[in-house]
Write a protein that binds this ligand. Structure first.
Ligand code: SF4
Length: 356
């Protein structure tokens, strides 16, 4: 029987081609603060070894909060009729991009709710315009689309796509996404890989009904699909949703998930998400950055629209002006002995494949 000391488990998680689910669950189940500290320190060392000391910045623009879906945990879901909806104009979007480029940041993330009537040709035009005017990588995050739309945007110049699986427990997924299909989500994720996007996934920790075994399954999925980026954040209940009375995700479980994911995936880009920076009114991003994360996503959505992109309440920096994150991020990096990396921060997995 495999040895169950923490160090032995951590070594196995790091070295195994296909990690043992029981070892992942062991790491996620740690409760003793000293042992959790050991897990985070191990993950931090793997982060240093495989992605270095730089914290990559991705400037995010939430260009529309319209959504056709009814995800039960999300304040943007279409049944929330109290929310004022917006879509930025082309000029507003390009102004935001200019601000990001002027800050020296090498990646923009264009994010919106999932709108079935989003004009794919309009977005392709925006992508082309950005690529003509700025030397910047583009990540899209606009949800499930037909293969041809993904192909159109890739051909227009998009580099990366973030489509979180949210949970790999099929029954739980179906319960939380009544109008969506787990199989279609998987198909979309595969399509993005086939088209050569730098491919991103991720999950939500603390969803009502989610178990440690489910989270371990998510991590095995991330590792098996070799995602380039993996966003891990807590569930935070929104008052205008069906899950308003459910408790938030546990910060330690989020940190343990980041740590185990880092140890297993090694060189994936893992953000210290805004959600973990907002959980219970506290900024846990420094803790995430010292438990395996290596990316921050400063928000460049202009006011007053930024406050309307309320997937969950209490979102950090939702009342601040764009471009004001710089000093805060510098202090955060300094405090934990890290540096800020403004480069494009492309997939290390793809780079390695190209060099092979
Ligand atoms: S999670 Fe995304 S797709 Fe689901 S309701 Fe919110 S914005 Fe829409």
């Amino acid at each position: 029987m495999a040895e169950k000391t923490l160090q032995a488990v951590l070594n196995r998680l790091y070295e195994a081609d296909v990690p043992d689910k029981a070892d992942i669950e062991y790491g996620l189940s740690l409760q003793d603060p000293a042992q959790m500290g050991e897990l985070f320190a191990f993950a931090d060392e793997i982060r240093r070894r495989h992605v270095g000391n730089g914290i990559l910045l991705r400037g995010i623009i939430e260009f529309s909060n319209y959504c056709s879906n009814t995800c039960e945990y999300c304040g943007l879901n279409k049944t929330n009729t109290n929310l004022t909806r917006y879509k930025l104009t082309d000029k507003q979007i390009l102004n935001c991009i200019e601000q990001i480029a002027n800050s020296g940041i090498g990646t923009v993330v264009l994010q919106s709710g999932e709108q079935t009537d989003l004009d794919a040709y309009w977005l392709a035009g925006i992508i082309r315009e950005i690529k003509t005017r700025f030397d910047i990588a583009i990540t899209l995050s606009v949800g499930e689309r037909p293969f041809d739309d993904y192909a159109l945007w890739k051909e227009a110049g998009a580099d990366r796509y973030l489509l979180k699986i949210e949970t790999t427990n099929r029954q739980l997924y179906q319960k939380l996404h009544p109008q969506m299909s787990f199989d279609n989500r998987l198909k979309c994720s595969k399509d993005l890989g086939i088209l050569g996007y730098q491919n991103g996934s991720g999950n939500i920790i603390g969803l009502p009904g989610q178990t440690i075994s489910d989270i371990a399954g998510d991590i095995l999925f991330f590792a098996g699909e070799r995602f380039d980026m993996i966003g891990i954040g807590p569930f935070i209940p929104h008052p205008a949703t069906a899950l308003s009375d459910c408790p938030s995700g546990d910060v330690e479980m989020v940190l343990k998930t980041i740590a185990v994911t880092r140890i297993i995936t090694k060189d994936a880009h893992l953000p210290a998400t805004t959600a973990i920076g907002s959980l219970n009114g506290n900024d846990h991003r420094p803790a995430a950055l010292t438990a395996g994360a290596n990316v921050l996503m400063p928000n460049f959505t202009p006011q007053p629209w930024r406050q309307l992109y309320e997937i969950y309440p209490g979102k950090r920096c939702s009342t601040e002006a764009p471009g004001t994150c710089g000093p805060c991020i510098d202090i955060m990096a300094d405090t934990i002995g890290r540096t800020i990396d403004l480069s494009r921060g492309d997939s290390l997995k793809k780079k390695r494949k190209e060099c092979a």
